[in-house]
Design a protein around this ligand. Structure first.
Ligand SMILES: [Zn+2]
Length: 175
């Protein structure tokens, strides 16, 4: 098994217990820890929540919805909203890293921080940089290459210049 296959294998294990019915019709609310197993053991997640990791993940509500896009933290009560389509069809490594990113936003919300502060561009918002740092740290721990992490940072709403600024902020060398 190559290093990359091993990473994919380990990530897939985390998704193995996802029941198929969550991808059925309609929106469903579930508990994070019931569906995403073993995240309380992930170093990056423990770094986010500390001693309360297990407790927080076993109370965190996840809304599985037919939204367009990926996932986000709802600014009204701090629950996590995930696109069923993304969960079903997205790259599992990307989903895994996104979950870590969003868990950081969950913690920021719990701490009363403003997640969508309009004074900053997306790639310079302190809450985003912090969330990206956690998932980049986890990506490195998993052994993903700099190129793969750079690709992960790229999203369709980001310009090439924004991508480079973000990569620099999280110490990823640009392509
Ligand atoms: Zn974010």
């Amino acid at each position: 098994m190559t290093a990359i296959e091993y990473v994919a294998f380990r990530i897939l294990r985390l998704f193995r217990k996802l029941p198929f019915n969550i991808l059925g019709v309609g929106t469903r609310k579930v508990i994070f820890a019931d569906y995403f197993k073993d995240f309380e053991k992930v170093e990056a997640v423990k770094a986010i929540f500390g001693d309360k990791t297990g407790e927080i993940l076993s109370h965190l509500t996840v809304e599985l919805s037919w939204i367009f896009g990926y996932m986000y933290v709802d600014g009204s009560d701090g629950h996590l909203v995930i696109s069923k389509n993304y969960l079903n069809n997205g790259d599992k490594t990307d989903i895994y890293l996104d979950l870590i990113h969003e868990l950081c936003h969950v913690k920021q919300f719990m701490d009363g921080r403003e997640l969508f502060d309009p004074r900053y561009d997306y790639v310079e918002r302190p809450t985003e940089i912090e969330a990206y740092r956690y998932c980049v740290q986890e990506a490195r721990r998993l052994g993903l290459s700099e190129e793969r992490i750079y690709l992960y940072l790229k999203t369709e709403w980001m310009s090439e210049d924004d991508l480079k600024r973000l990569a620099k902020s999280v110490n990823i060398s640009c392509g």
